[in-house]
Design a protein around this ligand. Structure first.
Ligand SMILES: [Zn+2]
Length: 220
């Protein structure tokens, strides 16, 4: 495994001036590789295209979903630079329109907390080694969003899952935060507590983005 390292805070986070000092960093679960943070910007986000042969009304519904995804991306963009890309290959975050499947224990919606938020959206992390010399440890986040929701909840759920995908691997105990564990009637937006937590996450060491040691030094 690469050695943990700390990256400089992205300028978009370093320049924030937040009056409220609270955060919920202590509620997060660091992963085996360290915190799940990005070190190359912009982070590339791919929005899955519509299924083939949709009816006119089904296609219009897809467009609403796509608009919700774009809106969620725009709401994080001032804090972590994000770029919508046209190809799935090489994307850091994939957003798919499908009922989420329940996966492994690293899923913050299912494994790490007693109160699952909702099963209408999930974020899942996958790891891979780059083909560069030396190989680097990288990650990809997959967000699955149920097609069966209204526009406002799509925006809310995708914004919440993007919070996980950007490194907030856990939930807030406060209802007014986007990373609150449950869906609420009053739809929250990204709060000072969410941002303070994100800043703290990006100050932590991670093995992600690091190079694997030369194979001669690996003991079996
Ligand atoms: Zn969540």
């Amino acid at each position: 495994m690469p050695t943990p390292q700390t990256f400089p805070l992205p300028p978009s986070l370093a320049s924030l001036n937040i009056d409220i000092k609270e955060d919920y960093f202590d509620n997060l679960e660091p992963h085996l590789v360290g915190h799940l943070i990005w070190s190359e910007f912009p982070v590339k986000v791919y929005i899955a295209p519509p299924e083939n042969n949709l009816s006119e009304s089904a296609y219009q519904r897809y467009q609403q979903w796509e608009k919700a995804a774009q809106s969620a991306i725009a709401s994080w963009h001032p804090y972590i630079p994000l770029q919508i890309v046209e190809t799935e290959v090489g994307a850091d975050i994939l957003i798919r329109r499908q009922p989420p499947r329940i996966r492994g224990k690293f899923n913050p919606e299912t494994g790490l907390f007693d109160l699952p938020r909702i099963t209408s959206a999930t974020a899942t992390v996958q790891f891979y080694a780059t083909e560069t010399q030396p190989a680097k440890l990288k990650h990809q986040m997959i967000i699955e969003v149920s097609p069966h929701q209204t526009f406002d909840y799509w925006v809310n759920n995708i914004t919440h899952e993007l919070g996980h995908a950007l490194g907030i691997w856990g939930h807030s105990p406060h209802q007014g935060d986007i990373m609150y564990h449950a869906q609420t009637r009053n739809i929250p937006t990204i709060s000072p507590r969410d941002l303070n937590t994100l800043i703290k996450v990006y100050q932590q060491p991670t093995r992600l983005g690091g190079a694997f040691p030369p194979s001669s030094s690996v003991t079996r």
